[in-house]
Write a protein that binds this ligand. Structure first.
Ligand code: AMP
Ligand code: ZN
Length: 140
């Protein structure tokens, strides 16, 4: 299914032009228009899924295969020193376009970006309680 009001549906399906780095039946990989670093790209499925919770598991798995292939190509061709693979779900997690996408962000020494989180610290009791909450009532 595609969503007529979704800009990433239009880009992924070629209705809006983009700088395409890779395309197959299911995905298009484009250059991000607001790049965090040189070579920042987005993997877009051609079908509309709002987020990780909606995308079928096998499609998500194939998206990760595309991440490996195109991410490696970007790093090698641009001489990057590393790569962040980022996938945001929900506004509070930084998602601004509600069409599933994976960011490929090549990293360079001293590129001035800060994509990692600030480490926290919880007590053993709090860690145990969180684990128990996640695992509660789980079918095994
Ligand atoms: P997120 O914040 O994870 O939803 O990421 C959305 C990303 O899409 C941002 O990095 C934007 O710079 C990028 N973006 C938004 N509109 C376009 C567009 N028309 N073409 C390419 N990238 C876009
Ligand atoms: Zn869409």
């Amino acid at each position: 299914m595609r969503d007529d009001n979704c800009i990433f549906c239009k880009i992924a399906n070629g209705e809006i032009p983009s700088r395409t780095l890779y395309e197959d039946e299911e995905f298009r990989v484009i250059m991000d228009l607001g790049p965090a670093t040189r070579g920042h790209a987005l993997i877009l499925p051609k079908e509309h899924y709002a987020n990780l919770f909606e995308i079928p598991a096998d499609t998500a798995a194939r998206a990760m295969q595309v991440a490996k292939k195109v991410g490696t190509q970007i790093v090698e061709k641009l001489g990057a020193n590393g790569l962040n693979v980022v996938q945001n779900n929900g506004e509070c997690a930084g998602q601004t376009v509600p069409h599933f996408h994976i960011h490929l962000i090549p990293r360079y020494q001293d590129d001035g970006q800060h994509i990692l989180w600030k480490p926290g610290k919880l007590s053993d009791e709090e860690m145990d309680a969180i684990r128990d909450q996640i695992l509660a009532d789980q079918e095994s």
